[in-house]
Design a protein around this ligand. Structure first.
Ligand code: ZN
Length: 143
C-alpha cells in the first residue's frame, strides 16, 4: 500500500472550448498553472470519445474511438494529477451516455472532442507525486 498526505491548494474551475480536446485541455491547464498534484472532475458533453483499455495480458493499451452524430453526456469524468517524465500529467477516466442513457467508459485518451465541458481541479500541495514504470503491471504508477 502507498499512502501520502497532502494539503489543499488552489481550486480551479474551467469552461472548455467547443471542439477542444478534453485530455489535452486538462494537461494544458496543469502545465500552465504548474499543478503538480491534484484531482480532476468534469461534466458536460463530448461529440467523440477516444478510450483506452489496458490489456493486462499484453500490457498494452488498446484504443477505440467512438463518434456520434449527437453529443454524448459526460456522466462522470474523474482523474488525478501527478508528475510523469518531469511534467504534470493527468490520468483521467470517463463514462459517457448516449441519448438512451447507454454508457461507455474507460481510460480517457487524447482525441476526445469537447461539446461542452465544465471542469473542477483541486490542487494538492506537498512532496512531489511522481510516476514511474511499475515492474509488475508495466504501467507508470505512483512511486
Ligand atoms: Zn487509466
Amino acid at each position: 500500500m502507498y499512502l501520502k498526505q497532502f494539503e489543499k491548494g488552489r481550486t480551479f474551475i474551467a469552461k472548455l472550448n467547443y471542439q477542444s480536446d478534453l485530455l489535452e485541455e486538462l494537461n494544458k491547464i496543469c502545465h500552465d498553472e504548474n499543478i503538480k498534484a491534484g484531482s480532476i472532475s468534469a461534466i458536460g458533453a463530448v461529440s467523440s470519445l477516444k478510450l483506452g483499455f489496458y490489456d493486462q495480458e499484453t500490457k498494452q493499451y488498446v484504443y477505440t474511438t467512438y463518434a456520434y452524430d449527437e453529443a454524448m453526456e459526460i456522466v462522470s469524468c474523474s482523474g488525478n494529477i501527478s508528475i510523469k517524465d518531469g511534467k504534470p500529467f493527468c490520468h483521467v477516466h470517463i463514462v459517457a451516455a448516449d441519448k438512451k442513457g447507454k454508457c461507455i467508459g474507460g481510460h480517457l485518451a487524447a482525441g476526445t472532442s469537447v461539446f461542452a465541458g465544465e471542469v473542477i481541479i483541486q490542487e494538492f500541495l506537498g512532496e512531489d507525486l511522481i510516476r514511474e514504470i511499475d515492474e509488475e503491471t508495466k504501467l507508470t504508477l505512483w512511486k
